[in-house]
Design a protein around this ligand. Sequence first.
Ligand code: FA5
Ligand code: MG
Length: 517
Amino acid sequence: MAGPRVLAANVVRAVPRVMTASATASLWRLSAQAGRARLSLTRAPRHCLRVASYSSSAGGAASSPPPPSTLSSSRPATIEVNGKTYTTDEWYNVPQTVLALTGRKLHLQKDHPVAITRQIIESKFSTATYKRYNEFDPVVSTIENFDSLGFPPDHVGRARSDTYYINETTLLRTHTSAHEAELFRASASDGYLISADVYRRDEVDRSHYPVFHQMEGARVWDRTKVPNGDVVAAIYADLAKLPTHDVKVEDPNPPHHPERNPLQSKHHSPEEAEAIAAHLKRSLELMVVEIFTRAKQAAARQDPNYVDEPLRVRWVEAYFPFTSPSWELEVYYQGDWLEVLGCGVSKQELFINADQPQQLGWAFGIGLERIAMLLFQIPDIRLFWSKDERFLSQFTGVQDNLDKLKRFVPFSKYPACWKDVSFWLRSTSAAGGNTAVANVHDFHENDLMEVVREVAGDVVEDVQLKDQFTHPKTGRKSMCYRINYRSLEKTLTNEEANDFHERVRQGLVEKLGVELR
Ligand code: FA5
Ligand code: MG
């Protein structure tokens, strides 16, 4: 976590989400994205650029040893997650606020919008083929989360600044793909769907939360089981059984590309990869068509003046360490292209390592909150965690009758309370004071976010870098962040906001070693 981290933090609002990706990853993303706008739910580009961490081939920060004490000063010797005890070590960086969410399982909570979204997606994949796994524990090994999927040792996704570690080899899964290898080995069905909570250290705003939910799916074929060993014919026969849809899908890319999106030519013929891709794309298009049709029906039911715009969907090339070729599916939504899922032809090494070398197939991963925010028009990702009846009651009965699906009607927001915090980063030469834990070379914005979350949790709506400069004489760097304190449950008194803010300021001194200005 040397120089690049600080540079990255510098550009936080300009090209923000490139910041956690390596130079290689960023360059790759930028070139791959040239010419196409990629925008987020909040219409700021960072949301999608954020995903560079799983779409990139390498990193740079992960192989360095953990810093001496970033945020681990009050580390418990053991922690419990879902009834199991784990021993921590100096890699531990999970705040209590995040740990407390490991038991919530929103994807399984009756009539919760995340669970409704899961159910709608599941409805497009037959139970006969796709076995459901919705109860996997969030604690996995680095092997499951990264190595088994071919993430290189220096991939940025492994960094402690991006991932919640319990100890050096145990973490809170960052994606549902962590369970792919195990399910390919078990080979209990021709396909599966997993839904689960996933954890990523991230910034704080209306569309980012350190915990969200993903749904993962895969479909495999077995060369030794298909008629006449003709896997291409078998896949096309399965494709023919799927319904069609009449949404126009833009798909200008070649089925594979030697540099950008290679065929696994050692393992798959072009015909095989194309058949898998065709089955994959139709399956996922049907799911997206279902979601957006339901969203439009809900809108039309509630707003008689609702103007139906035709759904626009496109496939774009992507990169994941565990699929090739790979794609992302984007949906045109309120004027921008929104990435909804990543997918591809599974890397054959996964099947080989799972002792199933005769199998081949596809996999995808989709974010449930991102879809639910569109489906229900939910404006703030924190709302998913709310226990407020004004939120939860709006979805009652929907899981038993999906035609009751309605858009979320916002209840009045409590007033915002903005407070700024300015501080000096310690340059290495100036270090040596007793709190010089962090300095100009290892300040990472996610660490600041973590302090804020640890102190104020859901009471913080948003944290933004307001200003920064480097002192021309001393070379010291100053940062100023603006924190928006706004509770979802009540009006904060000024004293309460001041108290949170004072504790944030002290937390920054104690945990990051900054000098308040
Ligand atoms: C992955 O996590 C891969 N595991 C997906 C995959 C699975 C690819 C299987 C190939 C085969 P990514 O980081 O892009 O990729 O996340 C996948 C989806 O999760 C995104 O398309 C998005 O819908 C959702 N997502 C990712 N990050 C966030 C976030 N910070 N907030 C909300 N949703 C997110
Ligand atoms: Mg992505």
